[in-house]
Design a protein around this ligand. Structure first.
Ligand SMILES: Nc1ncnc2c1ncn2[C@@H]1O[C@H](COP(=O)(O)OP(=O)(O)OP(=O)(O)O)[C@@H](O)[C@H]1O
Ligand SMILES: [Mg+2]
Length: 239
């Protein structure tokens, strides 16, 4: 599979070079049970970039982002997170992830606030109590996805799109330096996509790096600094 890229129409230079690359992939191949789905991936993502990953169903977008996080296999090449080879990377509190599918969330008997607070635990540490800053982070995360006021509601009683937004809020609550979102806008109405876009813009402005899988860039277009296409050979520049 080929990975091609192009800058977004309204490309802004990332506040890069301040630190090293957040992600570096060189000749990387990803797959399952030793069978590659995607190979020859070369990609460097700098701090503050908002990278959109596009491509048709089955092209390997989820396999790519799961490979960054260790839930698909790296079968060849090199994958580095924050300069560290992925196999040695341990600082997972720096990374937030919202998977494409989560079947468990609707069946867990917790409130929205409890779910979102669980995303903060890695920042709180085992011996500290939840402090004011932690409660604020949860409030901000809820606002960032348009769920302020839903915090006492059982997650199981939310609609599918609301549950999806609650999962995004859980990732936001951990204040990640790298946020990986696999189709966060699927099933989310246009108004709440715009709320999410504004939140991502705010994060990127403070240097958070975002990798977001989308079918249509849509309301995220003003925020996206670069687009890569998985499994396409025409219409995009090579990277
Ligand atoms: N856990 C798995 N084990 C084996 N093969 C898998 C697994 N997950 C995905 N695949 C295969 O990898 C290929 C790419 O799937 P992937 O989910 O990465 O595509 P995608 O681009 O994210 O598609 P979509 O737009 O539908 O989400 C598909 O052929 C799929 O069947
Ligand atoms: Mg997918």
């Amino acid at each position: 599979m080929l990975l091609t890229s192009r800058p977004a129409a309204r490309s802004t230079a990332p506040p890069a070079a301040r630190a090293g690359a957040v992600l570096e992939l060189r000749g990387a191949a990803f797959g399952y049970r030793r069978r590659p789905v995607l190979s020859g991936v070369d990609l460097t993502v700098q701090p503050g970039e908002v990278l959109a990953v596009r491509g048709p169903n089955g092209a390997g977008k989820s396999t790519l982002v799961r490979g960054l996080l260790g839930s698909s296999e790296v079968l060849a090449g090199e994958v580095r997170l924050f300069g560290e080879p992925r196999a040695r990377f341990r600082d997972w509190q720096r990374v937030g992830y919202v998977p494409q599918r989560s079947t468990v969330v609707g069946s867990v008997p917790v409130t929205v606030r409890e779910l979102v607070s669980s995303g903060r635990l890695s920042r709180v540490g085992p011996w500290r109590r939840f402090g004011e800053a932690d409660h604020c982070a949860v409030d901000c995360a809820l606002e960032g996805v348009g769920l302020a006021g839903f915090d006492r509601r059982p997650v199981a009683e939310l609609s599918g799109g609301q549950q999806r937004r609650a999962l995004v809020a859980r990732a936001l609550a951990g204040d990640p330096e790298l946020l990986v979102l696999d189709e966060p806008t699927a099933g989310v109405d246009a108004g709440n996509q715009r709320v999410l876009a504004a939140t991502l813009a705010g994060l990127a402005a403070t240097g958070t790096t975002v990798v977001v899988v989308v079918h249509e860039v849509g309301p995220l277009a003003p925020v996206v600094t670069r687009t890569v296409a998985v499994g396409r050979t025409a219409g995009d520049e090579g990277c």
